[in-house]
Design a protein around this ligand. Structure first.
Ligand SMILES: Nc1ncnc2c1ncn2[C@@H]1O[C@H](COP(=O)(O)OP(=O)(O)OP(=O)(O)O)[C@@H](O)[C@H]1O
Ligand SMILES: [Mg+2]
Length: 522
């Protein structure tokens, strides 16, 4: 654990870091920043929410001279929302230095992007499909790029972006620095590394549990048809600040967000079939708290950093353990605690055990919240909201009518009615969701990481809260050499495909034999 002053960074970059409120560097930042500053290739792995963005962002910005007027750095992300978010963080970090960066992603008006490119950005943060569009139109040239970062590198591979990445990187000079970052490094990441990296340094700060340490994990066994009731009871019982509910398909997300709205929750959906405008709106509403439940496909599983997300709920279990790790990692970030709940149908319990095995983390079974617990939770929340207003003493204009009402009605009756109104309860609206098939457990070597150096604590409480607390021999869960487990994993992957998150253009164009069901495409 260091302070940022120890990296020899220039004052303007330090000033931006201070302004972001970062006091100490996180372990991945400690280890990556000095290596990245030397220009060496790097594979960086650390738990979700531990500051990987700044781990590559800070050295990237530091190395770019102010006078530079070419594109010298390229960051690729699997989804548009992530490109936007990473660009924001890079923007904040380079605020005083004045480094110019630009997000480039599908769904946004290309003319606008072309105009913005004329302002000579030094760093481009983009999704592969739209990047290729610009390259083909010659509105982006990569001849001067010196540093490339693949954020969520394993996901880029999974989404079938290998071809796009290969085309893009073939246009970047060989003499360059390439860095891969993710919380999960399944064995097939080697393929990417071998192809694109030169003698990379591995930086891994993954403790025993790959899932972030401050996330309380639980599951509830429910039948498919009970899931919605379970969700509304859980939301009532827990009254999350902000929650992300993951559904398996776009249809599911649409139906679920509509159902939640009908029942009086402030929810909206995010998936890849929405227009970019809709996607931006939903994200904006979620970030500013005007909705408190975001229902999403895996398009929101990776990298998104929204402060205040106290709960992640897997309405449907994800197909693979990596997705589980990333989904639940939307909470419990930057040292904050979070809760992750998963609904597991009876036929999916094997799959859950598989996830536990790969993540080396026991997930506690909890009972379905009772009606009484749900009601109590909701009323507690409502009372809290009332009392906040009472304390604020900001209700003068309601006093006169209250006095009138109290002259005619009983005070308890009145307050009970007001509370009922405040809960926004709409229990009588009937809800029908199209059932989803259960996820089938598939076999593969349960290895989620490529290199395994141990890590000992640090800011964000890393590594010290380890679930069962029992030391488990890591080898017991590890597959063989990472190369050899490739076959197993790929075959496991075969069915998923679900998720080509960010870039509709490239996902639509890809004749995708792996894709099982169009519904799955984000
Ligand atoms: N040194 C630091 N001190 C305090 N907060 C930090 C520090 N570094 C990063 N953060 C904050 O921590 C949060 C998580 O960071 P970031 O999104 O980079 O995590 P990540 O490791 O990339 O997670 P994921 O695997 O989910 O993408 C952000 O809000 C970021 O601003
Ligand atoms: Mg990240």
């Amino acid at each position: 654990m260091k302070t940022f002053t120890e990296f020899g960074l220039e004052p303007k970059v330090l000033q931006a870091i201070t302004e972001l409120g970062f006091e100490e560097s996180t372990p991945i930042q400690d280890k990556s920043i000095p290596i990245a500053l030397t220009g060496s290739d790097l594979i960086g792995q650390a738990q979700t929410g531990t500051g990987k963005t700044a781990a590559f962002g800070i050295p990237l910005i530091s190395k770019i001279p102010l006078s530079e007027d070419r594109i010298v750095a390229l960051i690729m992300t699997p989804t548009r929302e992530l490109a936007i978010q990473v660009a924001e963080e890079i923007g904040k970090l380079s605020r005083y230095k004045g480094t110019r960066s630009l997000p480039i992603y599908g769904g946004q008006d290309i003319g606008r992007q072309i105009r913005a490119l004329k302002k000579r950005p030094q760093i481009i943060i983009g999704t592969p499909g739209r990047l290729l569009d610009h390259i083909n139109r010659k509105t982006i040239r990569l001849d001067d790029v010196q540093t490339v970062v693949l954020d969520e590198a394993d996901e880029m591979l999974d989404m079938g972006f290998m071809e796009d990445i290969t085309s893009i990187l073939s246009l970047v000079p060989e003499e360059r620095q390439t860095m891969l970052f993710s919380a999960t490094m399944p064995p097939n990441i080697q393929r990417l590394a071998q192809r694109f990296l030169k003698e990379p340094q591995h930086v891994s700060v993954i403790p025993k549990n790959i899932t972030a340490p401050l996330i309380e994990q639980a599951y509830i066994e429910v039948h498919e048809r009970q899931k919605f009731e379970a969700l509304s009871r859980l939301l009532d019982m827990e009254s999350p600040d902000l929650a992300i509910v993951f559904g398996r398909t776009k249809r599911r997300v649409d139906e679920l967000s509509e159902a939640l709205q009908k029942r009086g929750y402030s929810a909206d959906g995010l998936h890849g079939d929405l227009s970019q405008n809709q996607r931006d709106n939903v994200m904006r509403k979620f970030r500013d708290g005007s909705i408190d439940v975001l229902v999403a496909t895996d398009v929101a599983a990776r990298g998104l950093d929204v402060s205040g997300v106290s709960h992640v709920i897997n309405f449907d279990l994800p197909q693979d353990p990596e997705s589980y790790v990333h989904r639940i990692g939307r909470t419990g970030r930057a040292g904050k605690e979070g809760a992750a709940w998963s609904f597991v149908t009876p036929r999916e319990t094997d799959h859950l055990h598989f996830i536990e095995k790969v993540t080396r983390q026991r997930i506690a079974k909890k009972p379905l919240p009772s009606m009484a617990e749900a009601i109590e939770g909701k009323q507690r929340m409502t009372a809290e909201r009332l009392l906040e207003i009472v304390q604020s003493e900001d209700f003068n204009e309601y006093k006169a009518s209250s006095i009138q009402l109290l002259e005619r009605y009983d005070s308890v009756h009145l307050l009970a009615a007001a509370m009922k109104l405040l809960t926004g309860e709409k229990k009588d609206v009937s809800i029908e969701l199209t059932p989803e098939d259960p996820i089938r457990a598939k076999k593969r070597r349960p290895d989620i990481r490529s290199s395994g150096r141990r890590f000992s604590g640090g800011p964000f409480g890393g590594g010290n809260r380890s679930g069962s607390g029992k030391p488990r021999g890591r080898d017991s869960y590890r597959g063989g050499g990472s190369g050899s487990s490739r076959g197993g994993r790929d075959s496991y992957r075969g069915g998923r495909d679900s998720y080509r998150g960010g870039d509709n253009r490239s996902s639509d164009n890809r004749g995708d034999s792996r894709r099982r069901n169009d519904d799955y495409v984000n």
